[in-house]
Design a protein around this ligand. Structure first.
Ligand code: SF4
Ligand code: SF4
Length: 139
């Protein structure tokens, strides 16, 4: 499981006042890139993460991510980064307008094990129907 932290250049130099006026949702969760689950064991593992009300899974551009809600200990009460000059590289790369304040950051959001099962069922139905259409196309 590769880790990818999706974070901000909160009150960033490229952002100017945009970040300063923002409640910094990007500093209130931690996101990891995960592999798309293929086996029942991998599916069960992700379903178990979703038992926690702090966990969500989202899919964006075909990639899967696991997110845990929580506030960075370096976020100040006025929503500014208290270690701005030494903030992590991923925080430096995360800047508006490519951030959650301006656009949805997911194509599909999954918050509970039930939503996950429903997603897998409909993905399975879509795949079966695409396979059936391909079989019907004359060669
Ligand atoms: S969500 Fe966007 S605008 Fe808000 S602090 Fe983070 S990077 Fe800046
Ligand atoms: S280090 Fe700073 S920019 Fe990075 S998540 Fe924490 S408060 Fe936000």
């Amino acid at each position: 499981m590769a880790a990818e932290k999706r974070r901000t250049g909160n009150n960033g130099d490229t952002a100017g006042s945009v970040c300063r006026e923002c409640p910094a949702p990007c500093c209130r969760d931690i996101t990891m890139l995960i592999t798309r689950p293929r086996t029942r064991t991998e599916i069960n593992e992700i379903a178990q993460y979703l038992h926690f009300d702090t966990a969500t899974v989202f899919i964006r551009n075909g990639k899967w991510y696991l997110t845990f809600a929580g506030t960075c200990i370096y976020l100040s009460r006025d929503n500014l980064c208290r270690k701005y000059t030494t903030r992590p590289a991923r925080c430096r790369r995360h800047n508006p307008p490519d951030c959650e304040r301006f656009a949805p950051w997911y194509d599909m959001l999954i918050s509970t094990p039930e939503e996950f099962e429903e997603y897998l069922r409909s993905a399975g139905r879509r795949k079966r129907s695409e396979t059936a259409v391909k079989r019907r196309i004359p060669r």
